[in-house]
Ligand binder design. Sequence first.
Ligand SMILES: [Fe+2]
Length: 464
Amino acid sequence: MSAGQPMSHVPYQAEGQPHLRDLLTTLSAARRSSQFYPPEHPAVEQAVGDLKSVVDILHSGGAKVELTFFEGDLVFADRVMTQESILFDQLIRDTSALGIESLQILPDVGVGELTRAVRILASDASDIVAGGGIERVIQAARLEGVQFGHVRPARAEVDGVDDAERDRQAYEGAVDLVRDMDQFVRSERPASGLPVRAAVGALVERVRMRRSAMLELASLRDYDHYTFYHSANVAILSLALGSLISDEPRFLSALGAGALMHDIGKLAVDREILNKPGTLTPEEWKSMRDHPVSGARMAAQMPRLDRSAAVIILEHHMGHDGSGYPRRPPGQRQHLASRIVAVADVYDAMTSRRAYSEARAQNEAMALVAASAGNSLDPTLVRLFVTMLGVYPPRSVVRLREGSTAVVARPGETDPMRPVVRVIAAPSGELVEPYLLDLGGPGAPEVDRCLDPASLNIEVDDYL
Ligand SMILES: [Fe+2]
């Protein structure tokens, strides 16, 4: 604070809520430890004890300890807390997703019921559905000193829409968004950044909740609408990788927006050039290579879009080692989010069939990505990416040790060599009704080798 500014510019001390941030910090910490440990674990006891101490301090100062979550913002003592809404965005979103709109902790709250209340806040939507709905879960916790207000059905309960359906909706929302952008660009109408934020928000939520299932979806392909699906896939791969590095909501939303729109500059390029099977003329190359710059310009003009999305678009073809285009000014580093998108882009592009190239097998694409580590791609990010997708990434066709044929659905939970697969043919070669098999399970066979789907005449999309 500069000299001469009135004290009212310091929000908490001046407003009489010096412990609000402590309350949110301890509540978030207690929630996190409850997600990892059982209620009697010392880490949970410690975290709930810390929370109780802050609650007691607030009560002794005469404060009413009530948090209200309203449209993504936090309201405390009848005021929207702007800074805390940003800092504790995850707590607010997760609590709202459970159908809880307010939380009041009364002065005589016991540690036991505080632990049970925190446990409810730590649940994910599927726990709530399994418990019979949010109202029943709250009743069963027998809480007197904690009151949850304005409870409505948790999102996953509504209309029986399950997680898989929500994953698909988020994926299709992203594909549709890029399709809409295509319309805007071709008609030269201005586009707003708001729908981008909504589509990205849904992707971030799904990737955080169900990384493996979303990675499986991110392997979908559509030859006729390559750019739309490629953009959605790159967004999911980038968010999955980015969320291993940082959980910061602003970072993830800018990363998702940049990734989803990384190729919008291509939407303005002549379709004949885009789909040309042969070699491009120097002019055609120039218009292709201009797409990061033109795309960044479009994004920078979109109202209400995070400015760093434009940086990601501009830098997605720059190489980690200074190769690529447009040329990076000496001394300027490629943004972390751009480096993430570059890895996801190269991998997804290689595994897709396009006018000018056949798709490569997943494991072959992964080997090529690994070979670029330290050259055009950031080696640390490549290492994380390989660990994330496993040695046999989703869509790989594999022969198992006992002779069956399977399509990889998602990476293994514990061992990168043992993914979850869909078995499609018996050792005899006879096709079977596809069934899921976790190769990390006891007694499950190992992968023997990768197969080339083209030589087997297998349409992988039929088994996803
Ligand atoms: Fe591109």
